[in-house]
Design a protein around this ligand. Sequence first.
Ligand code: ZN
Length: 405
Amino acid sequence: MTLDKDYTVGGTGYLQNPKDIGHGYDKANSGPAKGKDGKLTWHFNAPMVHDFAWGGADPDFIHDVYNGANGVKLHFLYKDNDAIKENWKKLQPKTNEMLKYFNEHIGEYPYKQYSVIQGGDGGMEYAMCTLITGERSYGSLMGVTAHEFAHSWFNHILATNEAKHEWMDEGFTTFISNKAMAYINGEDEGTANSGSYRGYLGLANSGKEQPQTTHADRYEYNGAYGASAYNKGATFLAQLGYIIGDEKRDEVIKEYYNTWKFKHPEPNDFKRVAERVSGFDLEWYLRDWTMTTNVIDYSIENLSSLDGMSVVSLKRNGLMPMPLDIKVTMNDGSEKWFYIPLEEMRGEKAVPNNWTVLNDWAWAYPTYELELDGVDMRSIKSVEIDPMNNMADVDKENNNWSLQE
Ligand SMILES: [Zn+2]
């Protein structure tokens, strides 16, 4: 690429001729090289990428290089503007923390360069770089960088088809970047995706939802595309942790990356890895969650007394089945925890020792009786389905039963 010599460029690929270019590529803060007739010819090479971009070409750019984990050079190209400079400096070590988080929780970044370039119209991911509008708050700059950088793993390295399987790209990217941001900010990673649940539930209750198998260009509403791809996609992974256990889910993500990087996996490929790692049958989860708009809605219908035991009557109101975590709180404040596996899973997640694992609930039965042997109904204060809010139940109002005063 031949340009006026004052322009600084960032982009996909390794610059092959840094000495002929200068601009901070040969050494820190170097100005433009001499060039020829006032021009420089930039030569980039990018192995194993499916798209590319150049950004910048701005004579006022500052170009910093930060030495990141595993010898990855992190480049930052941004305007020499006092209002944003400090944000862009602070972003640099944080981007390295993101790199380390993604390396550990997905798999190692295979390139030796990533460039965060001020430009574009929001945030957009490309191989080995992102274009991001720079005049934003520090928190927003960091959040968008985390999201676009995470795309490197799902869009560029795994390289799922983002138009056909948008939820596997935007959703998985959202899931892991939310967790990375929570980790870096010292917040709870376990609730990092609660906003994604809210976004999905809003969509499910809006009447505008289309199945996730819809091509990205065939949604009637852009908002429905966004909530489906980003929020429902992130919830797919968060909720998978509820089904097979968080540790297994985390293992699945790493095994998925390891098995499918640079191979363009399809939804069934993810499912097969998840089944192999967890030992669960997950066909039902992939089918109901991604191919239909079936919703999850369980309720507690009644609490009754029978032959000295208490019976909690549960009901599945939605078409999508799920395993259930249930908490019974006694009047003395003590708690009893129960786990009802879904028969179709052909598996059970690991639960704490003090939980009781009950008989499977088969899909064909809309109701289930949870029997509490030797428990006097009058000693029960409340019963709650999924008290930790890990299940995307569209109607939480009917998930509780409590003693009426
Ligand atoms: Zn994205």
